[in-house]
Design a protein around this ligand. Structure first.
Ligand SMILES: Nc1ncnc2c1ncn2[C@@H]1O[C@H](COP(=O)(O)OP(=O)(O)OP(=O)(O)O)[C@@H](O)[C@H]1O
Ligand SMILES: [Mg+2]
Length: 357
């Protein structure tokens, strides 16, 4: 008996020559909200469909609550689902839409009414029973979709980009509501998105996919702070990649030269003098000071090439030394002008080596 509510063991799914899921191994704990995150076409929906039973894997097995369901049809898997382009039945009222999964389960009328009203309360839509979908806003429609998925209290809830059609503000609100509901009802959930901010905000853990493969699984903090590949460092948050040549190696520090500048980065095993090394730094980890500010380790002279005002922050493109271009984001209150000379500080511990592709 495992602790996993959902488990994919070595799941592979091919479409002709395309390997949409390439030997995926992933376990989702009971009560956990796991996000599948990755660029368009990386295989997220395919993996979800292997769990729902809409896809049959070419290799591997799928387990739900300890049971091998690989050959169990979708309707017997007891899942709640909300899909990418989720549509309510337009000719049915809100009540009838939410009642639908109960109708096909042959529950009696009184019980159905109770469960529907419960579900509508959960998503704060009591009073809308008689409305038709066209009389609701996009966000209300998606909430009804959620109620429909939750109405029979499934053990597992699967959400495939359920917020993709909403505006930014509503999306943020709904994110929060989904997070709340899943915790409160102690449901195990898989949430699919290609929006990394959404993934960080919602998840207990995030599973990052690229080209059919699972590349890293961890808490939002793990994947943001300790990306294990260039792909993840690039995909999660903003990153500047700096490539240089190692000139000296000590336990705690490696010195490398980059376009004539000496950059000190944290120590790392198996690094040798003369080799090239790739490090990344987040634009908001770089600190900017006026020209003439005191120097020191990893403090470089630079010039502002470009700046973009983003309200709460300012995004700068800065050239350090002769030609090392970096991106820096600072608090909106700290303002430098285009062409201005500055000093940039790249804290050593924030210049982290990237190991894999
Ligand atoms: N029914 C199908 N027939 C053939 N190829 C398919 C089919 N479904 C998906 N694919 C291919 O499999 C790959 C993975 O598709 P999938 O829908 O799983 O991606 P995704 O990560 O959900 O992308 P998105 O973020 O755009 O929804 C893609 O290359 C896609 O073209
Ligand atoms: Mg998809």
């Amino acid at each position: 008996m495992t602790d996993y509510m959902i488990e994919l063991r070595n799941v592979t799914k091919r479409y002709g020559n395309i390997v949409a899921n390439d030997h995926i191994n992933l376990g989702i704990l009971r009560g956990e909200l796991m996000t599948l995150l990755g660029p368009s076409g990386c295989g997220k929906t395919t993996a979800l469909r292997c769990i729902t039973g809409h896809n049959t894997p070419d290799e591997g097995r799928v387990f739900i609550d300890g049971e091998d369901v690989t050959d169990v049809p979708t309707h017997k898997r007891e899942l709640g689902m909300v899909f990418q382009n989720f549509a309510l039945f337009p000719h049915m009222t809100v009540f009838e839409n939410v009642e639908f999964p109960l109708m096909i389960r042959n529950l009696d009328k009184k019980k159905r009414r109770e469960m529907v009203m419960d579900a509508l309360r959960l998503i704060r839509m009591e009073g809308y029973e008689k409305h038709y979908p066209r009389q609701l806003s996009g966000g209300q429609q998606q909430r009804v979709g959620l109620a429909r998925a939750l109405v029979y209290r499934p053990k597992v809830l699967l959400l495939d980009e359920p917020l993709s059609n909403l505006d930014a503000k509503l999306r943020e609100e709904m994110r929060f509501e989904i997070r709340e509901l899943v915790s409160r009802l102690n449901i195990t959930a898989i949430y699919v998105t290609h929006d990394q901010e959404e993934a960080l905000a919602l998840s207990d853990r995030v599973a990052i996919m690229n080209a059919g493969r699972l590349v890293q699984v961890g808490t939002p903090e793990d994947i943001y702070e300790y990306p294990q590949s260039r792909f993840v460092a690039d995909f999660i948050g903003l990153s500047d990649f700096i490539e240089g040549t190692v000139v000296s190696v000590e336990n705690e520090r490696i010195v490398m030269t980059v376009d004539g500048l000496e950059l000190v980065v944290p120590g790392l095993s198996d690094v040798e003098k003369g080799q090239s090394l790739l490090v990344f730094i987040r634009p908001n980890d770089v600190q900017l000071f006026p020209a003439g500010h005191e120097g020191g380790e990893n403090v470089f002279e630079g010039v502002v090439d470009k700046l973009t005002y983003l309200g709460d922050k300012i995004d700068y493109r800065i050239t350090l030394g002769d030609r090392l271009e970096i991106r820096v984001q600072t608090d909106g209150r700290q303002r430098f002008e285009k062409g201005e000379k500055v000093r940039a500080y790249l804290p050593r511990e924030r210049c982290r080596p990237v190991i894999g592709d």
